[in-house]
Design a protein around this ligand. Sequence first.
Ligand code: AMP
Ligand code: GLY
Length: 419
Amino acid sequence: MKVLIVGSGGREHAIAWKLKQSKRVDKLYCAPGNAGIGTIAEIVPISAMDFESLTAFAKKEGIDFTVIGMDDPLVGGIVDAFEKEGLKVFGPKANAAIIEGSKAFSKELMKKYNIPTAKYETFRSYEEAKKYIENGTFPVVLKADGLALGKGVLICNDLEEALEGLDTIMVSKKFGDSGNTVVIEEFLEGPEMSVLAFCDGKTIVPMVSAQDHKRAYDHDEGPNTGGMGTFSPSRVYTKELADKCMTEIYQPTVDALIAENRPFKGIIFFGLMLTKDGMKVIEYNARFGDPETQVVLPRLKTDLLDIFEACVDGTLDKIDVCWEDNAAACVVLASGGYPVKYEKGYEISGIENAEACDNVTVFHAGTALKDGKFVTNGGRVLGVTGVGKDLDEAIKTAYAAVELIDFKDKHYRKDIGIK
Ligand code: AMP
Ligand code: GLY
């Protein structure tokens, strides 16, 4: 089969790497991809948002199956565009991807179907939001409604910060039209974890758990990023919790989407927090996590293409999704200054040395080729994944490989998996 992947980050590299192991995949393509993905797939220089060119390419090239990695095209209706052309595609339609595209929608869904989440109010008027904040308690959490590259969430410790935050979202519109509506949420505390799940519209199969490190610097300091590293499994997500989540969160979410006439096929990403009152949903995403995918897929035993196809065909209940009894850790190597301001174009050395280590895979997030050499081409540059019998071994393996890779202003967290 000819398979096309849409996206360009470390997540898409991990998806491509796993699909490459499928005996049924003859050729992989990736649009727009990156230099690392180009070592295992043919790069198609079409933007992930150019649905017309992508569907035309898929038809012309005879692509049998397309996998959408990124959120923007999903929320924008890329799956609808492919299906309209009779093309087989993995991912939710726009009317289901809205669980990520609108926080106001997802909060309302959770409230209506009794899915545990933080208490909240939604405002379309700045004045009303301001009044609500002035009469509220702190800390408080402000969320721009729409997609904001994971940056539209502000945790405000007092009234002054909250008013400033509200201004940022609704008046100066730092996150664009995403800030036309704001969700104001109660502040919750507890360990966070990510659970991604395969979904075929009615059946949901959760993957092994993972934990992200969103802040830029060690000890969870500095600005929020797309994710500086991950490990799997989470240290707090027990079998008991998983069972409880299945009956109280996962299946109810899928059933709620059916009841709303928005059946979800693809990956539901549950951002969870274990509070003193039990597990609560912090957010939904409609896609694989990045860099969660880089620690979850290396632990998957089952053929990924078989699972994707079963999701599209509605036969996920017939598939036995199996996992290795091991652990994985991924350390992101970023450009110094990320996520605020950073340079690109620095030569990267040592990738092949890292890849030569046992149980190590290097996933490219932001790289390009210049004169036949890999150079930095983004904030997050590489994700170095180590696999081991337990977390300690996986973390040690990943960090040993990280030491072998170098580029100017290389920045990474030294505490991935420690907390
Ligand atoms: P989100 O983009 O919704 O996942 O939010 C980004 C991060 O903000 C989460 O990973 C949490 O660390 C934090 N956060 C979001 N909502 C809350 C909340 N209600 N209480 C405390 N922290 C939150
Ligand atoms: N790592 C968080 C995300 O993919 O949204």
